[in-house]
Design a protein around this ligand. Structure first.
Ligand code: G1P
Length: 272
């Protein structure tokens, strides 16, 4: 089946403070799980869902991520001379993913602002957003699970999982009703609510399929939770015109934004 979403945005402009000092120079998204950077896992997941164009939203002046995806004929020639076929294949697989472009997020004003920074790339097309530090393992890649349903429901969609009730203040949380086995239709979504007032424990994880009109809402620069421009608030504001659905992710999720989640992802990968 071919899907109508062909573009994906990857916000990678964070400071990675939990991983300092290494993240002083190496962006968190280049840290490896099973020897492969988090960003490459995310791009491969997008590829498996039919995405063909990739836009990374980076920190101004940060060029290591861009360099990672730039072909390097001298490096390849050095591998060729050594007749290192396995290594060459890994490099060829990296460059076969497609064209990756980078746009800067001029200021760290939140996830919504990072996505808005990719507005020229998105244009008038539906698009995906993947947060690479949400490392997802499943037989059918998460974005692909979502894409099949998205072709029918359209609007905005996120992947969701049930979290422990005390964790609601770390996530965007759905207030919604089941609409089929895997799908929840949102009445509202709230960014990082206090457990005492959270409408449920159904949390957004870092996969989104979005209608391009979200850029008009993000352009208003509405300030939300944590003093930042939140993607969750934009999706919430759109609900009266543009439905929001949650797709229950089935598989393993590791929060590679934390040292413990990152270590667990690597341990899981070794055990596979
Ligand atoms: C972001 C989103 C949040 C979502 C989370 C998933 O938060 O704002 O709605 O639940 O990603 O990982 P962050 O973790 O960047 O603070």
């Amino acid at each position: 089946m071919t899907y109508s979403v062909r573009k994906a945005v990857f916000p990678v402009a964070g400071l990675g403070t939990r991983f300092l000092p290494v993240t002083k120079t190496v962006p968190k998204e280049l840290l490896p799980v099973g020897g492969k950077p988090l960003i490459q896992w995310a791009i491969e997941e997008a590829c498996a869902a039919g995405i063909e164009e990739f836009c990374l939203v980076t920190r101004p002046g940060e060029d290591l991520i861009e360099a990672y995806f730039r072909p390097d004929p001298d490096f390849e020639q050095a591998l060729q001379i050594k007749e290192n076929r396995d290594s060459l294949e890994k490099i060829h697989a990296l460059h076969a993913l497609g064209r990756v472009i980078c746009v800067p997020q001029p200021e760290p004003l939140g996830l919504g602002h990072a996505v808005w920074s990719a507005r020229d790339f998105v244009g008038g097309d539906r698009f995906a957003v993947l947060l690479p530090d949400d490392f997802l393992v499943s037989e059918r890649p998460c974005l692909r699970q979502m894409m099949t349903t998205y072709e029918t429901v359209g609007g905005n969609m996120t992947a969701v999982i049930a979290v422990e009730p005390h964790q609601t203040s770390q996530y965007g949380i759905f207030d919604g009703a089941d609409d089929g086995d895997m799908i929840v239709r949102a009445r509202a979504v709230i960014e990082k609510p206090d457990p005492a007032t959270a409408p449920s424990n159904l949390a957004i994880i870092g996969r989104y399929l979005l209608d391009p009109t979200i850029m008009e809402i993000l352009a208003q620069g509405m300030i939300g939770s944590g003093g930042e421009i939140q993607l969750t608030d934009a999706m919430n504001a759109m609900i009266p015109q543009t439905p929001l659905h949650g797709h229950r992710f089935s598989g393993h999720r590791f929060d590679c934004g934390t040292i413990i989640g990152f270590a667990a992802a690597n341990a899981f990968h070794v055990g596979q």
